[in-house]
Ligand binder design. Structure first.
Ligand code: BG6
Length: 286
């Protein structure tokens, strides 16, 4: 069966290859697993909490309507990274057989009263996931169904599974403006290849190139983005991992790297009735 709907999850399986699949948790519409010919592509913490009581540590959490914590404005009373990853989405069904495509929806009726009080605007999010033989495409449509303008940020917080953090390289970021949250400084990326040798938490703003994650020169993941200009590179390293109760094993940082496509360095404003779309396609060579 290409689409299997369970109580709390939806599983997409390619009819041509049963070991190529995607598993989506309704809580957060969080992709938990993406396998190609049986090989897992994403990192999911062994300590990830999947019962809906907190955000999932791993896979592809969705960040909306704020990235991080806002210091002022209507999103400032929301938790870090907003409520999309903390809410249970509706499964809207299959929309295409080839590529195998499903959709999930989120609106104010799916969001807790506390979040609605904190951010009281009406909205519709439609999240589309398409599985190919070696690709995973995610797209988001954001609609303002309120009577007033509102601003948002959005991001696909992808945890990639990598063979070895010491060998990982991220290409396509040279010359890009960086907001570095670890060194608390802003600069332009001078390296042709970004490597990860310590705690890393950077927002690369307005990235024009496609991004490639490689391992010692061997391509792992090509990332193609539409309308999501920014790229966050995050690895918590030794201490950051220890400080997160749900990050397991503690040395799991060696086999993960978050490369997150989003629109986060600026706010996008939507007027009543307006829609906005973005997408990310990941092609794996892992
Ligand atoms: C990244 C941020 O996107 O997410 C980091 O840049 C943050 O600052 C990380 O630590 C994880 O966030 P959380 O809320 O899932 O622990």
């Amino acid at each position: 069966m290409p689409i299997e709907q369970r109580d709390k999850e939806v599983i997409l399986t390619l009819p041509s290859d049963e070991s190529t699949s995607v598993k989506v948790l309704l809580h957060g519409a969080n992709i938990l697993s993406w396998t190609i010919a049986g090989k897992e592509q994403l990192w999911l913490s062994e300590g990830a909490v999947l019962d809906g009581s907190k955000a999932v540590r791993g896979g592809v959490p969705l960040v909306f309507p704020v990235f991080g914590k806002a210091s002022s404005g209507p999103t400032s009373t929301l938790p870090q990274h907003g409520f999309a990853r903390l809410s249970t989405w509706e499964f809207l069904g299959q929309v295409s057989a080839s590529p195998l495509t499903v959709q999930f929806g989120l609106g104010p009726e799916n969001v807790s009263e506390a979040f609605r009080k904190a951010w009281g605007f009406d909205f519709t999010l439609i999240y589309t996931i398409a599985l190919g033989a070696d690709t995973l495409e995610t797209a988001m449509r954001v609609e303002n169904t309120s009577k007033v303008n509102w601003d948002f940020q959005i991001l696909f917080h992808t945890y990639f599974r990598i063979p070895d953090v010491d060998k990982v390289e991220v290409n396509g970021l040279t010359g890009v403006s960086v907001k570095d949250k670890v060194s608390k400084s802003d600069y332009s990326e001078s390296n042709t290849t970004v490597t990860v040798t310590s705690e890393t938490d950077r927002v690369y703003e307005d990235v024009n190139n496609d991004v490639l994650i490689a391992s010692a020169g061997k391509p792992l993941f090509h990332i193609y983005r539409k309308n999501v200009a920014d790229v966050v590179v995050w690895n918590p390293w030794v201490n950051g991992s220890k400080n997160m109760g749900d990050f397991r094993p503690e040395d799991g940082y060696k086999s993960m790297l978050c490369v997150e496509a989003g629109s986060v360095s600026k706010w996008t404003t939507l007027s009543p009735g307006q829609t906005w779309e973005c997408s990310e396609k990941i092609k794996s060579s892992l």
